[in-house]
Design a protein around this ligand. Sequence first.
Ligand code: NDP
Length: 258
Amino acid sequence: MSELAGYNAVITGGGRGIGAAAAVALARAGAKVSLASRNESQVVEIAAELRNQGHEAFAFRCDVTEPHQVRELALSAREAMGRIDILVNNAGTATSNPITRITHAEWQHIMAVNATGTFLCTQAVWEGMADRRWGRVVNVASVAGLSGAKYVSAYTAAKHAVVGFTRAMAEEAVGSGITVNAVCPGYVDTPLTDETVARIVHHTGKSWQEALSAVLDQAGQPRLIRAAEVANAIVGFCHVGAHAPNGELLVLDGSESE
Ligand code: NDP
């Protein structure tokens, strides 16, 4: 498993959940990895674990909604690794509220982290990838980027933006050596899903298991998806050889065998 030896990856939101799993999977595939998130301690911890396992890993503090922090991240990651070949736009956040309760600040925050952050990070690495005529951008969208569900309009709009951005950038990438793809998972076993289940427990008095079953039933999902499954799909989009996919949206809905 060293297909990505000699390649360098930046993973936003790499401190926990899908981002941490993606960092582990990319490192195991041979890549050097730089992890970024607002909470430095989590990325520092994951990077240290990876280094203990013999991988090259770096950690940076970055809020992807802040243009100057994103530029700083790109500079620091280039300094640490030499260049950036792979970008995983994973940082994301979600809330659930009916339309009458969504505040303007909440709407703007959900759009900023999921959609604007994806744009800013992609823009920060694009020129370097284009100059070297090789790059892989993998966006972590969601099934919420492809269909709608009640009480998640802000998140759904933001993930539709990520999907639209993926499609447009894949077109812009044609002939450049860069590919842009997205993974679209349903509910994944991560702290973000725990927050969703906890909100239902809080509002309804259901047990954790009942609330989780309600979430999965509403999504038509047979089971929670493991973060490692999403991570493997992300690594798949970093394929090095010819005929790398471009503009694909890979849905993971738990119907796949584990
Ligand atoms: P987690 O909440 O477990 O992790 C989110 C990561 O993003 C954390 O490392 C967090 O670190 C980071 N992050 C959040 N806001 C920012 C920010 N402004 N700047 C930089 N980093 C940030 O979420 P998941 O692992 O579940 O989700 C990862 C991605 O997968 C998200 O884009 C999410 O929308 C998507 N997704 C998740 C699904 C699920 O069921 N869990 C399903 C489909 C898609 P910190 O807080 O320290 O900044």
